[in-house]
Ligand binder design. Sequence first.
Ligand SMILES: *Cc1c(COP(=O)(O)O)cnc(C)c1O
Length: 404
Amino acid sequence: MLALNSHPAGRHFLQIPGPTNVPERVLRAIDHPTIDHRGPEFAQLGLKVLADIRKVFKTVQPVIIYPASGTGAWEAALVNTLSPGDAVLMVETGHFASLWKTLAERLGLVPEFIAGDWRSGVDAALVHERLVADREHRIKAVCVVHNETSTGVTSDIAAVRRAIDSAGHPALLLVDTISSIGAIDFRHDEWGADVTVGSSQKGLMLPPGLSFNAVSAKALAASKNARLPRAYWAWDEIIAANARGFWPTTPSTNLLYGLSAAMDQMLAEGLDNVFARHDRHAEATRRAVRGWGLEILCRNPAEYSSAVTAVMMPTDAAGKSHDADALRRIVLEHFNMSLGAGLAKLAGRVFRIGHLGDFNDLTLIGTLGGVEMGLQRAGVPHTRGGTQAAIDYLAETARQPSSV
Ligand SMILES: *Cc1c(COP(=O)(O)O)cnc(C)c1O
């Protein structure tokens, strides 16, 4: 075991799909004296990050920033728009969709869960069917996860919007982009999301501790009549204070310094370049997985995630899965790399490679090399050389970054 106080040489590879590696410049931005959050210097910071974050969510609407992990912003999205006993339509894409459903139940909502196989994205046709059948419009919101981090499956959010509209249904569209924002293209305004939930510690390259609600005009209107209890999470007071660059309560000043630096880096690279970089690293990862002769959990190539790849462990002659957690332990102990675990019903059967955030070709090759060495060390049956397939792909498709 690595002792907690040990300092192994070289850097730790944090290749879980969030929290992700934080760039040095972002860490240095956070390492700065905390200032008066009611003073003039703070207002400049507040106005800057509130403007920048809208560009990332692709919205001209307000984006609320909470000092909370993503789950806080999930709760905020629900309590600001809904009333006790409201029906909400949710889709079982995997572990995170299931957790959001449980959270909704605890708040007194009545989720209807479209069952899923934890290998596929949202089936917009099923959403459409369900909404058409809901003639009395009991369903007040459709809640979906854009990038299901537990399975490495990305859903087509524009198709969900079309499913709602073509059913002539007034339900709000609430979208979890916690592991996609800043990694996979997402368009709050263009795709007609009503509340988009995001978080700092994945594609946005920040430590955990900030989360977001991007809100449409329709969501703001719904919040006027919503009756779930809310105080700390209430949008109205925050939006009012944000107009001048402030918050009603103490904001996470130092994380906002980090957010500012992360936005500078991301917007300088260009969002399209950021997404293309993620797409390319995801494709290289899949080539490595296939090279090892292992199976990708996501069934449909159109739904492959560019942020995370979930890999199924091979089974032995008796049909029993090799232990993914034993593999992850060996990779951590021998190669100082953390890989994502299989969650809930996937525990022990899959491991997840996070390839999002502050990430380049050599980060990926180090990551895949660590996985391949781990497979060998753990005695997991595989074909050698998957990493070489990724090297070949990266070498063939390499181009100079547009801004260095
Ligand atoms: C990480 C994650 C969450 C949970 O967010 P926390 O920051 O842990 O509260 C929710 N949804 C998705 C899709 C995630 O990836």
